[in-house]
Design a protein around this ligand. Structure first.
Ligand SMILES: [Ca+2]
Length: 609
C-alpha cells in the first residue's frame, strides 16, 4: 500500500511536470508573444505550481506515516485527493491557455492574409531577347496571371543594350530611383563590376534571405557556387547570377569525306593535324583536279592569334591570355613560344588559308561553305543549324563535317579553349527592400521558374507551342502566326533569355532541331554541342574579376601585334626576340597588370594568396 501510493505520487508529479512544460513551451514558441493574453498562461502555470506543492506535501506526509497507521493513511489519502483536484484545475487552465493560443494564431493568420491581399507593385527592368521585336502589349495574359496568382502588379520595362542601357541605369542610380528588380548592363562586358559599384553606393539590397524562398529557381538558375561567389561582397550576396548562354558551344571539326577520299584517319595529335593539313592542301581532297584547297581555315577573334586557335595553344597547355592557376599571363610560360612556333609552321607550309589574319567572321563562314578548307573551329549552330548548313549542303551534298577531340601536344596537354561563363546578373534595389518587396520579388522569380516557365518562355500550350510524345517543344499543327517562333510572337517571350531559360535540354533541342540533309542524312546539331561540351576546357570564369589596365589599348595592341608578327614570320622567333617581346610588355606595365589581376582573383576567392 505504501509502495503503491508512492508510485501514484511519482506519476502525479511527472504529469504535472509535463503540463508545466507544455504550458511554458506553448507560450514561448508557437504563439507570437504580442497576440497572446499571457495572464491566462500565467494562471495555468500558477495553478500547476500549486498542485505540485500540494503533491509534495502529500509525499512528505507519506514519509511521515512510515508506520502506516489508519489515521495517517486517511490524512495521506485526503492530501492525494486535494492534489488530484489541483491537478484537474491546472489541466483545465492549461487547456484554456491552449485555446487562447490557437485563437491568437488564427487571428495572426487572418492578419497576414489581409496583408497579402494588398497587391505589391514590382517594377522590372531587363534587356530584350529580340531587340527589334518590342515589349509585350498591356493586355498580355501574363500580367493578369501574375496579378491573380501572385498578387503582384508587374511593370515590365525593356531597357536598351550597350551604352544606352548602361546610361539609363546610371541615371536611375544617380536619382536613387532604381527599379525594384533589374538587369545590370555594362558596355565593357563587366556586369559584375557594374554591380559592385552600385553595391558600394548602398543602392543594392542583399538577396541571401530571398534564396530559400525560391528553391526551384535556385536549383535551376543559381546552382553555380562560383557564380554566386562572384556576386558576393563582404559575405553578402548582392546579385542573382543567371546561367550564361550555352557554354562551350564551339569546337574543332574536320571534313570526313576528305579524310575518306585520301584514306586518312582523323588526327588525335597536333603533329597529325599538321600532316593532314598538308595532305588536304596538296592531295586534291575534293577530287576536282585543281590545287584549290587548304588544310585549315580560320579568322582572328580576340587578342593575340584569337580564341579560335586556342586548341593549338591548348595542346601546349597555354590556351587564352591568362593562367588562372597563378594570375600570370600565359606568355610567361616557356611553352607559349613553342605553340607560336607550331602555328608558324602551319603558315610557313602554306597549309592554312593565308587570308586568316584579315578575314571577318562572315568571310570565313562563306569560305567553308565554298569548300576551301577541311579543318576548322566553328560554333556548333553556325555549322549545323539547318539554315546555316543549307548553302554548304547544296554545294556538297556528299560532304560531312565530323567533330575532332582536342589534339594532344608534345607534352601530352590538350585543351579545347577557355570557358568564361559570363551570364546576366539581376539585382534587387535597396529601395525595394526598404519597401518590403523582397518576398514578393522572390515569389515572382520562383513562379518564373515553375508555373510561369512555359508561359514566359514559349507562350500558351496548344496555341503557341505543343509538347510532342518525346517531350520536345514543337510548333507542329499550329497556326503559323501563333507559333512561338513566329516574329509576331516575339514580344510575348522577351524575358526568355534574361530570366526564364536555363539551358535545359528541352530548350536547346527546341532551338536546334534535327533535320534531313539534301541526300537524306540526319543532322543532329545537339550531338555537335554535346561533343564540344564534353571536351577539356580551362575554367576561365576568373576573367570576370580581371579588369583591363588604364593603358589597355596600348597594351593590347603591343600584345596582339607582337604575337602575330611571330606567327606570320615577320619577326623571327628565337630566345632573344621572345625576351625582347616580354621586355616590351613589361615596359607597358605587364607586371603591375598581373599583380592587380592576381589580387583581384585572390579577393574574389578564386586563387590562394
Ligand atoms: Ca582540288
Amino acid at each position: 500500500m505504501k509502495h503503491k501510493n508512492r508510485s501514484r505520487l511519482v506519476t502525479l508529479l511527472l504529469v504535472l511536470c509535463v503540463l508545466l512544460f507544455t504550458a511554458c513551451s506553448t507560450g514561448g514558441t508557437e504563439v507570437a508573444a504580442p497576440t497572446v493574453d499571457t495572464a491566462v498562461l500565467d494562471a495555468a502555470q500558477a495553478a500547476a505550481a500549486d498542485a505540485q506543492a500540494t503533491a509534495e506535501a502529500a509525499e512528505a506526509a507519506l514519509e511521515a506515516a512510515a508506520d502506516g497507521d489508519e489515521a495517517a493513511r486517511a490524512t495521506l489519502e485526503a492530501e492525494l485527493a486535494a492534489a488530484q483536484a489541483a491537478l484537474s484545475e491546472a489541466e483545465s487552465a492549461v487547456s484554456d491557455a491552449e485555446a487562447e493560443a490557437a485563437a491568437a494564431a488564427d487571428a495572426q493568420a487572418t492578419a497576414e492574409a489581409e496583408l497579402a491581399a494588398v497587391p505589391v507593385d514590382i517594377e522590372l527592368w531587363a534587356q530584350a531577347t529580340v531587340t527589334e521585336a518590342g515589349p509585350p502589349p498591356g493586355d498580355w495574359i501574363a500580367y493578369q496571371i501574375i496579378k491573380d496568382e501572385l498578387n503582384i502588379n508587374l511593370t515590365y520595362t525593356i531597357i536598351p543594350t550597350g551604352g544606352d542601357g548602361e546610361a539609363k541605369l546610371n541615371a536611375a542610380a544617380a536619382a536613387n530611383d532604381l527599379p525594384d528588380l533589374f538587369q545590370l548592363v555594362s558596355t565593357s562586358n563587366d556586369v559584375r563590376g557594374a554591380l559592385l559599384r552600385m553595391v558600394d553606393l548602398g543602392l543594392i539590397a542583399p538577396v541571401d534571405d530571398l534564396m530559400p524562398l525560391m528553391p526551384q529557381r535556385t536549383e535551376l538558375h543559381y546552382n553555380d557556387p562560383l557564380a554566386i561567389d562572384l556576386v558576393t561582397f563582404g559575405g553578402q550576396q548582392y546579385g542573382l547570377p543567371e546561367p550564361p548562354p550555352l557554354p562551350k558551344r564551339e569546337g574543332l571539326v574536320i571534313r570526313k569525306d576528305w579524310l575518306d577520299a585520301l584514306g586518312l584517319d582523323a588526327p588525335t595529335t597536333i603533329e597529325e593535324v599538321y600532316e593532314i593539313a598538308v595532305a588536304f592542301t596538296e592531295q586534291d581532297p575534293d577530287g576536282n583536279g585543281q590545287n584549290d584547297t587548304y588544310g585549315i581555315g580560320g579568322f582572328i577573334n580576340g587578342q593575340g592569334i584569337g580564341n579560335r586557335f586556342d586548341w593549338i595553344l591548348g595542346a601546349y597547355g597555354v590556351p587564352g591570355v591568362w593562367n588562372f592557376a597563378d594570375g600570370t599571363l600565359n606568355i610567361r610560360n616557356d611553352q607559349y613560344p613553342e605553340a607560336l612556333a607550331y602555328m608558324q609552321s602551319l603558315v610557313d607550309a602554306g597549309v592554312i588559308d593565308p587570308d586568316w589574319p584579315t578575314l571577318s567572321r562572315d568571310e570565313f563562314r562563306a569560305r567553308w561553305k565554298q569548300g576551301l578548307f577541311g579543318i576548322m573551329w566553328e560554333d556548333f549552330a553556325a555549322l549545323t543549324n539547318q539554315s546555316n548548313y543549307a548553302p554548304f549542303d547544296e554545294n556538297f551534298p556528299d560532304a560531312e563535317w565530323i567533330t575532332l577531340p582536342a589534339p594532344t601536344g608534345p607534352n601530352g596537354d590538350a585543351y579545347y579553349g577557355v570557358y568564361t561563363g559570363r551570364g546576366n546578373i539581376f539585382a534587387v534595389s535597396q529601395q525595394a527592400a526598404d519597401a518590403g518587396k523582397g518576398e514578393a520579388i522572390a515569389r515572382l522569380l520562383e513562379w518564373m521558374a515553375t508555373d510561369g516557365y512555359y508561359l514566359l518562355g514559349f507562350g500558351e500550350e496548344g496555341v503557341n507551342y505543343v509538347i510532342d510524345a518525346d517531350g520536345n517543344i514543337t510548333t507542329e499543327g499550329l497556326d503559323e502566326t501563333q507559333a512561338y517562333t513566329a516574329p509576331e510572337r516575339q514580344p510575348f517571350t522577351q524575358m526568355r533569355n534574361q530570366l526564364i531559360f536555363y539551358n535545359s535540354e528541352q530548350e536547346i533541342s527546341a532551338r536546334y532541331p534535327t533535320y534531313q540533309t539534301v541526300n537524306g542524312r540526319t543532322m543532329y546539331p545537339m550531338d555537335f554541342l554535346g561533343f564540344f561540351q564534353s571536351q577539356p576546357w580551362v575554367d576561365g570564369r576568373g576573367i570576370q574579376v580581371i579588369l583591363p589596365p588604364e593603358n589597355a589599348a596600348d597594351f593590347d595592341r603591343f600584345y596582339s601585334e607582337g604575337l602575330l608578327q611571330f606567327v606570320l614570320g615577320q619577326v623571327e622567333l628565337d630566345d632573344d626576340t621572345w625576351a625582347a617581346y616580354l621586355n616590351g610588355l613589361d615596359s607597358l606595365g605587364a607586371v603591375e597588370y598581373e599583380a592587380t589581376a592576381k589580387q583581384n582573383l585572390v579577393d574574389a576567392g578564386l586563387l590562394n594568396e
